[in-house]
Design a protein around this ligand. Structure first.
Ligand code: NAD
Length: 370
């Protein structure tokens, strides 16, 4: 299979460059063994961009991101940039990418690898085989709604205001992503809101239901209140396939679901934008974890979250599901063989470095390809 997909890699700060080095080895493997070639460009984001350009994301890098078929990001931030003005902090680079690429759908899988079942805080039988996808609306809702602020009421009291607001089109476009995704999985979407107490939640439910009837009725749709969903996630998480929800509830539910699976070092994510007239969807893939300054430069970081983010990139932006399967199966094999970085270490397993985990994964890929 030949391909010349254009991929922009932004390793970022802290452990970002270390974990991204292991992704580059997987990319090289694909190149050699699968005859899949990518046009890769690499650039700076976050603190490393501040050090070079004085800003966390140079305009030129932003332009490249807009042109790329996908962006793969490591992590940003670190103590050396903590005291900078809020407007040029490393995280602003990330926010600019999300905003200008209009990445409105955040995909957070919660997948429990068999070998890590014991790392979950839940009983093994509850999480064994767990495979949930949370689709969170990312650019609307209460985090962005106006009016917002803190006002002085002049009587010794102050009032904090945030506004939960959603429009029809904001709901429909993210719901469409969830239905599309469900079709590639178990064909079930559970839409989550608080329609019982919030008008925005009621609109959410009505619009999702309407869209479902306009061409997605092959997908099973159910609705659930957000508070119940949080309970169900820790009670019987395997009942879910795709969970569709807004920005605020998604923020919390995705973290809860993530922790069912064990470690931060294992969690990938994707953020998707609208499809343009050529059928191309803007997309950015990144691990959920941060730059882990406490272990940066020590060859200790777990590269699997970033490698699994690349697998999502292959599946959702490049339509290379077979290659994504290869990587995910490879990760399963490596974990089953007892190889662990420090963050997921367990009794009786072998501790490996960041590079050692990369070596083990390449061996597992070789074995599958043999
Ligand atoms: P963090 O995710 O960087 O680290 C939390 C803990 O988990 C640390 O003990 C760390 O060593 C460990 N950890 C994280 N990823 C790991 C990995 N791949 N392998 C092994 N261990 C791992 O969160 P934090 O400490 O709150 O933040 C550190 C910096 O990262 C801050 O500057 C923060 O702003 C930034 N941050 C960036 C992002 C991002 O780029 N998307 C996300 C969160 C935090």
């Amino acid at each position: 299979m030949a391909s010349n997909k254009n991929l922009l890699i932004l390793p970022g700060d802290g452990i970002g460059p270390e974990v991204m080095r292991e992704v580059r080895r997987v990319v090289d493997w694909m190149d050699k063994r699968r005859a899949v070639t990518f046009d890769i460009d690499e650039d700076l984001v976050g603190g490393s961009a501040i050090d070079k350009h004085g800003v966390p994301l140079a305009d030129e890098t932003m332009d490249k991101a807009m042109e790329a078929d996908a962006v793969l990001l490591g992590a940003v931030g670190g103590p050396q940039w903590d005291n900078l003005d809020f407007s040029i902090k490393p995280e602003r680079g990330l926010l600019r990418l999300r905003k200008e690429m209009e990445l409105f759908a955040n995909l957070r899988p919660a997948l429990c690898f068999d070998a890590l079942v014991q790392a979950s805080s839940l009983k093994p039988e509850l999480v064994s085989g767990l495979d949930i996808m949370i689709v969170r609306e990312l650019t609307g809702g209460v985090y962005f709604g106006e009016p917002r602020g803190i006002e002085d009421l002049g009587n010794g009291e102050r009032r904090g205001i945030n506004t939960q607001v959603y429009t029809t089109s904001e709901i429909r476009r993210v719901a469409e992503v969830a239905f599309d995704l469900a079709r590639k999985r178990d064909s079930r979407v559970c839409s989550v809101e608080k329609a019982n107490v919030m008008e925005s939640g009621l609109l959410w439910r009505e619009e999702v239901t309407k869209l479902h009837g306009e061409g997605f009725d092959d997908v099973e749709l159910s609705h659930m209140y957000a508070d119940n969903c949080s309970m169900q996630l820790v009670r019987t998480p395997k009942q879910f396939d795709v969970i569709l929800t807004d920005n605020l509830f998604g923020d919390m539910l995705s973290d809860t679901a993530a922790m069912l699976t064990g470690s931060l070092g294992m969690l990938p994510s994707a953020s998707l934008g609208a499809t343009d007239e050529t059928g191309r969807r803007k997309a950015m893939y990144e691990p959920v974890h941060g730059s882990a300054p406490d272990i940066a430069g020590e060859n200790k970081a777990n590269p699997l979250a970033t490698i699994l983010s690349f697998a999502m990139n292959l599946r959702y932006s490049f339509d290379m599901g077979d290659e994504a399967d290869l990587i995910e199966n490879g990760v399963n094999k490596v974990l089953a063989s007892g190889k662990r970085t420090g963050d997921i270490m367990a009794a009786g397993c072998d501790i490996v470095s960041t590079e050692g985990m990369g070596d083990a994964l390449l061996r597992a890929l070789d074995e599958q390809a043999a």
